[in-house]
Design a protein around this ligand. Sequence first.
Ligand SMILES: NC(=O)c1ccc[n+]([C@@H]2O[C@H](COP(=O)([O-])OP(=O)(O)OC[C@H]3O[C@@H](n4cnc5c(N)ncnc54)[C@H](OP(=O)(O)O)[C@@H]3O)[C@@H](O)[C@H]2O)c1
Length: 212
Amino acid sequence: MSTIVVFGGTGYTGGNIVREAASRGHQVIAVSRSEPTEHVPGVRYEVGPAEDVAARVVPGSDVVVATLSPRGDMAGRLVETYAELARLAAEAGARYLQVGGFSSLRPAPDQPRVVEGEIPEPYRAEALEGEATRVLLAERAPDELDWVFVSPAGGYGSFAPGERTGTYRVGGEIALFDAEGGSNISGADFALAIVDEIDEPRHHREHIGVAY
Ligand SMILES: NC(=O)c1ccc[n+]([C@@H]2O[C@H](COP(=O)([O-])OP(=O)(O)OC[C@H]3O[C@@H](n4cnc5c(N)ncnc54)[C@H](OP(=O)(O)O)[C@@H]3O)[C@@H](O)[C@H]2O)c1
C-alpha cells in the first residue's frame, strides 16, 4: 500500500485516479480548493490551494500525482505550481506523475509535436501551457526526481467520460491511434493506467501516452 497525494483529486482526471487508487487499498489524499461534493470512502480530503497545502502533504507520501488544469485563475500558473510540487516530491523521495495534454505528443516519428502546429483557438492556451509543464520536467526536473509525464488520448476529457473497459495501451511520445484512426480513452481506463504505473513502475523520467 502506498500513500498517494492527488492534486486536483476532485476533478475529472484526479477524481477517477482517487477512486481507482482507493479501491486498491492505497492511502489517498485528494487536494482541491473547493470542498468535494462527493467523498470516496477512506480518502482524506485536503482543501486549499495546492501551493499552500503541498508543503504539509507531500512529505511522507510515496507518490504525487498532479492533475490540476490551467483554467480559470490557474491559467498561466501551472508551471510555477508544478515546479514546486516536483521540488517537494524530489525532497520527499516520492515518485511524481504529472498529467498533461495530447498535444505534447508527436503524431508520427520525426514529426513536430501536435502543439507546434495549428491548434484551434479554444484549446490553444491550455495546449501550450500543458506543453510548458512537459518541458519543465524534461529540462528542469531535479536530478533525483523519478517523474513520468502522461499524455492522454486526443478524445479524452470530461465531455467524453466513456466506460471502464479494463484495457488501454501505453506508448511513448508518438501518439497511439486505434484501427479507425481514433485517439480515445475513458476517464476510468486512463485512471487504471495511472494506478497500474504506480503499482508497477515501468517508466522513469519519461513521457508516455495512454490510449486504446
Ligand atoms: N485530451 C487532452 O489532452 C486532455 C483533456 C482533458 C484534460 N487534459 C489535461 O488533464 C489535466 C487535468 O484536467 P481535468 O479536465 O481533469 O481537470 P478538472 O476536471 O478541471 O480538475 C481540476 C482539479 O484541480 C483542482 N484545482 C485546480 N487548481 C487548483 C489549485 N490551485 N489548488 C488545488 N486544486 C486545484 C480542481 O478543484 P478546485 O477548482 O476545487 O480547486 C479540480 O479538482 C490538465 O492538465 C488538462 O490539460 C488533457
